[in-house]
Design a protein. Structure first.
Length: 150
């Protein structure tokens, strides 16, 4: 056996192992996701800005702002109530009459970002703790809504 063939064999075996791992990562039925995948539950409750505008024209939508108080006071969707995670208990008590009146109308929770965990958590709490249905999460920023929205 030649002494120079051992490194070549090691490189060949490593290359084959990398190739097998790559093929397995692409074609294996239980391969991991290569990007963030939203759960079907999250996707069910997402609403695009244009759909939110259409819904608000058809029904009396309750807008819920899940951002911090300072951001809400600076600017917010017309008619929105502030209901964030930091002040959950106080704000729930303050807006209880509004939330009780929302059992027969759609609710849209929003914040500033495309992927805002705050709005998803507030919407989940409104569904599970209060029993509101439907409670949507705006996909994107509330600023994506046009001035047409009531």
């Amino acid at each position: 056996m030649k002494t120079g063939s051992t490194p070549k064999q090691v490189i060949l075996l490593c290359g084959l192992a990398i190739l097998a791992a790559g093929l397995s990562a692409v074609f294996h039925p239980k391969r991991p996701a290569w990007f963030k995948v939203s759960s079907s539950e999250e996707l069910r409750w997402q609403i695009l800005p244009e759909d939110a505008i259409g819904l608000s024209k058809e029904a009396n939508v309750l807008w819920v702002d899940a951002r911090e108080r300072e951001a809400f006071e600076a600017a917010h969707q017309d008619g929105a109530i502030l209901l964030n995670l930091d002040e959950w208990g106080d704000l729930m008590f303050r807006h209880m009459h509004v939330l009780q009146g929302a059992f027969d109308r759609p609710v849209i929770v929003y914040c500033d970002a495309e992927d805002c965990g705050k709005s998803r958590e507030v919407a989940k709490r409104l569904r599970e703790l209060i029993g509101l249905d439907p409670v949507y999460v705006l996909k994107g920023s509330w600023r994506d809504l046009t001035s047409e929205t009531p």
